[in-house]
Write a protein that binds this ligand. Structure first.
Ligand code: FAD
Length: 1006
């Protein structure tokens, strides 16, 4: 059948479908009920929709009438301004007074619970079984899905699996009394479909799933999925794996293949998975799945959906610098759906097809395609979501006879995330249901072929619709995050680790004035996970080498100062390109020398590249001299020049990024640099030298000078030829440098400028309405990511009393789930600390916690020579205790229990530091207060406190956390420059250039 003929048939089929639906509206859009009214209000008013969804999101946490009223007030205003739709059902109750308030809360809760009940089939097994029975009586099959909170610990994953087992046992008993649908007596619905059908979310089966560790994630999920599937098989049921966010898609597909091909289950065909048409890669995925099934001789089942995470995928890709993985024009998704459906239907001998959509065009297309391809009825079925589109599902049942409803089961609290997703879907402009039942879009238009629609859009664009906004060639863009879903990316990392390991143990010379300088004094740099493994043998500078390096830098200074800023910037851009070419290798060096996990190490290199690109552009911006004033007869010009020779003293925790940031800023501003890498990471420091060499930086502008602080640190800082010191590290060393730099020596020609980024004692406040699904993983990452060794790491968790117990329980469960081991293996969340002295210091603090507080949790550590310390959580820590005041730089988190939000905020501010801070809250007024009163350099609201990004979150603190302006921000380069103003008298014997007079005139009349 040709395409036009098929489209005509689809159109006819669609018209019949609409006729079968008639004028009936889904309850969701029925304005005589509260649900319909609320949906209507959402569609009329975007602000109300946002507020309502946020309110529903926090609702499960509002366990008292007081909390409920306070939030109602916060989100919608007082009694007078409360939208009428929210007062529905409250007539006669009055307002004000505690009795009325309680009644209002109760009525509102009831309404909202009703809304949730529209989508959730039952909260308990008996309730769900009874409801499913009713649906079956009406002729609908089901697939049931157990709702859960985000699984953030292994205990929660166990509970989730146990929830399925319980439900399955109830379903198993009930099915004995269920006659098969479709009138066939063999126990299968419609002759072939098991009566019990469950849908499972793989992410809920394993709390440590991570694409970087694809194999470990598959194994983790399989461990819980297998027993579950065994039960399903014993009941003669069907199991479908839902497909969720793209980051887990390949893991889900691998999981499916592994389970389907398992010798225990190979002979059992009732296992399916969902495929999302909105993903650009789904055509290829469909082909691969079908080929695999054929190759293995294993029939499969695919539920084709459009995809429920469109907003999430789009936002995540934009934030991560990835190409958007989903189609961005709705018709593209619809067209992909029809294309992939056809592929599956053509393979109906190997693949059972479940068409899951509420779109009449989509469903009609599938029906006609199946018809045209003579697909037997039992090889495909239709699926719809429970609670959506009742008239649609009825018409579908009448037409096809084979409709399965996707029925979420579970309590309201875990159901909220699901509910919001469904509401968002239904109120989106692009939603077929909204267009059909609300907007009343003409039916033939709704039935238009998506390919036709795309052709129309293309034609419109060709007629001169505005081009998409673009940052342009020269604008700054952050380096993309690593996307470990790609096997090539993972393989590249493993390969890089192998290559780096092959290059271990080399000797690293100093580099002074472009020459390698070998010293007899050498020190090994070792792998913190295995101190027997020597990363490199590093020459150590003494006072003589410092003298020589400063001399070389001073000699190189005049020419570099006089190099044009754009040429200097070009060197940085070339350096960025050089780093990009060796991205994985440089990251791998960090994994082995600094104990950085894959993502941490990769992002460190990415941040170094960002600094190079960002400061290059910043210098070009600052280089243009600025005319000042507007008085005729004089020309005032404001411009910058470099300060001279800079000493850059770098830390080990961001061994390339921070080193590179400080050096790049100094260099692009026209200074020359003597760079002292950290003693713990000199080999990574050497990679910076390689980057600048590859970029063609002139000799002497950057001098690489590893050495021991106690031997050469003060010599470097105090040398009178050093005009500028950029330091990042501990408060103790920072204050020492500041003091030393403050002493003026006789030969000194300039007051030394010190830029010092120092420590922090960063707090996260968890408010009583915080979303723990978000807060707990964010706290885990912030406190224990890279072993808590980031300056931005959270080391104080200040929790408001009302949520304390719940938070602690979930946090401890999450902590118990963590695995500790070498950073080179992505299965491990935490690795070793940097060196033996760090290990000893952290252990001292843990002892202190043991003696003076309470250790709520201390993990096991690997039995190895590596510098491991336990992940430690201390509770009942008084806010003024050393544990809550001193920087620890390790995986030790102190928890403080605050009476209320006011006290939490006061404690958060009560240290000498002001670096980063965090707040988890869903109370707008608390968020607003923290903006103003939580006094830290970088405040993060409802997210973790680490991972600042150049140009997006310029980073740095004040008080004892540092002096200087924020790295990666618009003021940073100014610290490396001196401003000059040149004023020229342009009047000669009363004559002023005409242009100046005119400009001054214009300015005056403005
Ligand atoms: C039984 C069943 C099971 C499901 N299981 C899953 C699952 O496992 N995983 C999952 O992700 N989803 C699942 N869904 C949800 C599904 O992906 C869709 O979100 C939902 O069905 C809406 O699609 P539609 O065809 O009914 O409606 P339509 O209104 O025709 O399509 C809406 C869909 O189009 C896409 N879209 C919206 N705007 C754009 C745009 N600007 N550009 C491109 N595409 C756009 C989105 O995918 C959106 O959901 C399931 C749905 C059903 C019925």
């Amino acid at each position: 059948m040709n395409q036009d003929e098929l489209d005509n048939r689809i159109l006819d089929r669609g018209r019949q479908f609409f006729a079968a639906i008639g004028d009936e509206r889904p309850s969701l859009f029925n304005k005589s009920a509260w649900t319909g009214k609320i949906m209507d209000a959402c569609m009329q008013d975007e602000h109300f929709k946002v507020q309502l969804f946020r309110f529903i999101d926090v609702l499960p946490y509002l366990t008292t009438g007081d909390a409920f009223s306070r939030h109602l007030d916060e989100y919608f205003g007082h009694e007078e301004s409360l939208p009428a739709v929210l007062k529905w059902g409250l007539k006669g109750l009055g307002w004000g007074g505690s009795f009325a308030q309680a009644a209002v809360s109760a009525a509102m809760r009831k309404n909202l619970a009703m809304l949730a009940r529209d989508f959730i089939v039952g909260a308990t097994a008996p309730e769900t079984v009874a409801r499913l029975q009713t649906l079956r009586d009406q002729g609908f099959a089901f697939t049931v899905d157990v709702l859960g909170e985000a699984t953030i610990s292994e205990r929660e994953a166990d509970e989730y699996a146990a929830g399925y087992q319980q439900l399955l046992s109830a379903l198993g008993q009930a099915q004995r009394a269920w006659p098969a649908l479709g009138g066939q007596g063999d126990g299968f619905d419609w002759g072939q479909a098991p009566r019990i059908n469950v849908s499972v979310k793989p992410s809920a089966l394993f709390s440590l799933a991570d694409p970087a560790d694809t194999e470990g994630s598959v194994q983790g999920m399989l461990a819980r999925l297998k027993p579950l599937y065994r039960t399903v098989v014993a009941l003669g049921g069907f199991l479908c794996l839902d497909t969720e966010m793209r980051r887990l898609k390949n893991i889900t597909f691998a999981l499916y293949r592994r389970l389907r091909a398992d010798p225990e289950f190979r002979a059992y065909p009732h296992l399916g998975l969902a495929l999302q048409a909105y993903l650009r890669e789904s055509d290829q995925d469909a082909d691969q799945l079908l080929e695999w099934a054929r190759r293995e001789g294993l029939p499969i089942s695919i539920r084709l959906v459009k995809g429920a995470y469109w907003d999430y995928e789009t936002v995540l890709a934009r934030q991560s610098g990835w190409p958007v993985p989903v189609y961005t024009v709705k018709a593209e998704t619809d067209a992909a759906y029809e294309r992939i459906a056809e592929r599956i239907l053509r393979n109906h001998d190997m693949c059972h097809f479940a068409c899951a959509s509420h779109n009449v065009r989509t469903v009609s297309a599938v029906m006609e395609l199946a018809h045209a391809l003579a697909v037997p009825a039992h090889r495909y079925e239709f699926q719809a979501l429970y609670g959506m589109a009742e008239p649609f599902r009825k018409a579908l049942r009448k037409t096809t006879g084979r409709v399965r409803l996707y029925c979420p089961h579970g309590r309201l609290l875990p159901g909220m995330a699901y509910l919001i997703r469904r509401l968002l879907e239904n109120t989106a402009n692009e939603s077929f249901l909204r267009q059909t039942f609300v907007e009343g879009v003409e039916r033939d238009r709704l039935l238009e072929s998506p390919r036709g629609m795309l052709a129309r859009v293309a034609a419109e664009q060709a007629r001169g619709a505005p081009a998409r906004e673009s940052g342009g060639e020269g604008s700054f863009r952050n380096e993309a995050f690593p996307d470990w879903t790609h096997a090539e990316t993972r393989q590249a990392y493993v390969r890089a680790l192998g290559e780096v390991r092959g290059a271990l143990g080399r000797t690293y010379a100093l580099s002074i004035g472009g020459q390698d300088i070998h010293t007899d004094d050498r020190e090994p740099s070792v792998n913190p996970a295995n101190p027997d493994e020597v990363i490199g043998s590093v020459c150590q500078a003494g006072p003589a080498e410092v003298e020589r390096a400063i001399g070389a830098a001073q000699e190189a200074f005049p020419a570099w100062r006089d190099t044009s800023p754009s040429d200097r910037a070009a060197v940085l851009v070339r350096a960025a390109a050089a780093a990009r070419r060796r991205m994985f290798e440089f990251a791998a060096w960090q994994t082995l020398e600094a104990g950085k996990q894959w993502t941490e190490a990769y992002l460190d290199v990415a941040e170094a590249i960002d600094f190079l690109e960002y400061y290059a552009r910043e210098m070009v911006r600052l280089a243009a001299p600025r005319p000042m004033g507007n008085v005729p007869g004089e020309a005032n010009e404001y411009f910058y020049e470099p300060k001279g020779v800079a000493a850059v003293i770098a830390p080990w925790n961001f061994p390339l990024a921070i080193s590179c940031g400080m050096c790049a800023a100094a260099i692009v501003a026209g200074n020359t640099v003597v760079y002292k890498p950290s003693r713990a990471t000199p080999v990574v420091g050497h990679t910076l030298l390689q980057i600048f060499q590859a970029a063609g930086l002139p000799s002497g502008v950057f001098n690489y000078l590893p050495g021991r602080s106690r031997v050469m640190g003060d010599v470097l800082v105090e040398d009178p030829r050093i005009n500028l010191i950029a330091f990042t590290g501990s408060m103790e060393t920072g204050l020492h440098i500041i003091e030393r730099a403050g002493r003026t020596l006789p030969a000194q020609r300039a007051v030394k400028k010190v830029i010092a980024e120092m420590g922090g004692k960063n707090a996260i406040i968890v408010d009583d309405d915080a979303d723990l699904d978000e807060a707990v993983p964010a706290v885990m990452r912030s406190a224990f990511g890279y072993q808590g060794q980031k300056c931005s790491a959270c080391s104080r968790l200040i929790v408001v009393d009302a949520i304390y117990a719940r938070l602690l329980e979930r946090l401890l469960d999450a902590a118990r789930s963590v695995r500790i081991g070498p950073a080179e293996d992505p299965a491990y969340f935490m690795g070793p600390v940097i060196d033996r002295s760090a290990q000893e210091k952290v252990l001292e603090y843990i002892n202190l916690a043991r003696q003076e507080g309470r250790i709520a949790f201390a993990s096991e550590i690997p039995d190895s020579k590596g510098f491991y310390v336990p992940l430690t959580i201390a509770t009942e820590v008084p806010p003024d205790h050393r544990l809550a005041q001193e920087e620890i730089f390790g995986p030790v988190l102190s928890i403080l229990r605050a009476r209320d939000f006011d006290q939490a905020l006061a404690w958060a501010n009560a240290t000498c530091f002001a670096l980063t801070g965090g707040l988890f809250s869903r109370t707008p007024s608390h968020i607003e207060r923290c903006r103003r009163e939580f006094r830290v350099g970088n405040l993060y609201i409802n997210r973790g406190t680490t991972g600042a990004i150049v140009g997006r979150q310029p980073f740095g603190g004040f008080k004892m956390s540092g002096m200087g302006s924020k790295a990666g921000g618009p003021d940073y380069l100014l610290q490396f420059l001196d401003a000059r103003v040149v004023t020229e008298n342009t009047m000669r014997r009363g004559f002023v250039p005409f242009e100046e007079l005119r400009v001054a005139d214009v300015m005056r009349t403005r």
